[in-house]
Design a protein. Structure first.
Length: 247
C-alpha cells in the first residue's frame, strides 16, 4: 500500500457507494482525493470528514454529462494539489429494463453518464498525465460488461464500451507511461439498484441484491490493489463477484 501515500486521486460519483467508500479508504492510506458528483452537500460533507481526520480532500460539484464540469474537477485537483496521479471514472447508473419497455430517456442517460462521462474524464485527465508522463486512468465496468442478460441491453452496452475504450486507450498511451485499468464488479451493496426505474425490474433487482450483494469494501480494496502496484506494473482488469453470485 506504500504507493498510495501522497497520490492525488480524482473520483467521479464520489457522493455514495463505491466512490465514497474508495475515497475514505484511499485517504486512510494517505491519498489526496478530489471528489466529484452532482450532490454537492454529500461530497462537501465527505470532504470535511476526511479533512477533519487529517486527510486532504476537495469537493467539486460535477455532472459527468457536462464536459466542462469534468474538466473543472480535474483542473481544480491539479491547481490545488499540483498533479493528478489517478482518475477513477466511477459515476454510473444501471436503469435496467427490457427494450420493449421503450425507456428511451433511461437509454439516453445511461449512455451519457456511463460512456460519455468516462470519455470526458479521459479528456480532462489525459493532457495533465501526458505532460508528466505518469498517471493511471481507472474506469468502472461491470460483470454486465462481460455477460449479457435480458433487461441489460443498454447497461451492458455501456459497460462493454468502457472496456473497449480503456483497452484502446491502453495501447495509445504507451508513449506517455500512462496506465489504464477496468474494474468489473458483480453485485455489491450500494445505492445502484435505486437507478432502476421500471417497477417490476426494480423489485427483482432489489431481491437479487438482497440475496447476493457483498460489501462495497471489496471495490475499495480492488482499487487500492491496482493503484499500489509499482509504476512498471499495469493491472488492466479486475473482474470479481460475490462467491454465491451465479450470473
Ligand atoms: N454496485 C454494484 O453492484 C455495481 C456492479 C458493477 C458496476 N457498478 C458500477 O459502479 C459505479 C458506481 O456505482 P455504485 O454501485 O457506487 O452506485 P451508487 O451508490 O448509486 O453511486 C453512483 C454514483 O454515481 C454518481 N452519479 C450518477 N450520475 C451522475 C452524473 N450525471 N454525474 C456525476 N455523478 C453521477 C452518483 O452521485 P450523484 O447522484 O450525487 O451525482 C453516485 O455518487 C457505476 O458505474 C456502476 O455502474 C456497480
Amino acid at each position: 500500500m506504500e504507493n498510495i501515500k501522497g497520490k492525488v486521486v480524482v473520483i467521479t460519483g464520489a457522493s455514495s457507494g463505491f466512490g465514497k467508500i474508495t475515497a475514505e479508504y484511499l485517504s486512510e492510506k494517505g491519498a489526496v482525493v478530489a471528489l466529484g458528483a452532482r450532490s454537492t452537500d454529500k461530497i462537501e460533507k465527505l470532504a470535511k470528514e476526511i479533512n477533519d481526520k487529517g486527510g486532504k480532500a476537495i469537493a467539486v460539484t460535477t455532472d459527468v454529462t457536462d464536459k466542462d464540469q469534468v474538466k473543472k474537477l480535474v483542473d481544480k485537483a491539479v491547481s490545488e494539489f499540483g498533479k493528478i496521479d489517478v482518475l477513477l471514472n466511477n459515476a454510473g447508473i444501471m436503469p435496467l429494463s427490457p427494450l420493449e419497455y421503450l425507456k428511451i430517456d433511461d437509454w439516453d442517460s445511461c449512455i451519457d453518464i456511463n460512456i460519455k462521462g468516462v470519455l470526458y474524464g479521459i479528456a480532462a485527465a489525459l493532457p495533465h498525465m501526458k505532460e508528466r508522463k505518469s498517471g493511471q486512468i481507472l474506469s468502472v465496468a461491470s460483470v454486465a460488461g462481460h455477460t449479457i442478460n435480458p433487461g441489460g441491453a443498454v447497461y451492458s452496452a455501456t459497460k462493454y464500451s468502457v472496456r473497449v475504450i480503456s483497452e484502446a486507450l491502453r495501447k495509445e498511451v504507451k508513449p506517455y507511461n500512462i496506465r489504464t485499468g477496468v474494474i468489473s464488479p458483480g453485485a455489491v451493496d450500494t445505492g445502484l439498484p435505486d437507478s432502476v426505474t421500471a417497477d417490476d425490474v426494480a423489485e427483482n433487482i432489489k431481491k437479487f441484491y438482497s440475496e447476493n450483494a457483498i460489501s462495497a469494501d471489496s471495490f475499495a480494496h480492488a482499487v487500492a490493489y491496482m493503484i499500489s502496484q509499482p509504476e512498471d506494473v499495469d493491472i488492466n482488469e479486475v473482474l470479481y463477484r460475490p462467491t454465491k453470485q451465479k450470473l
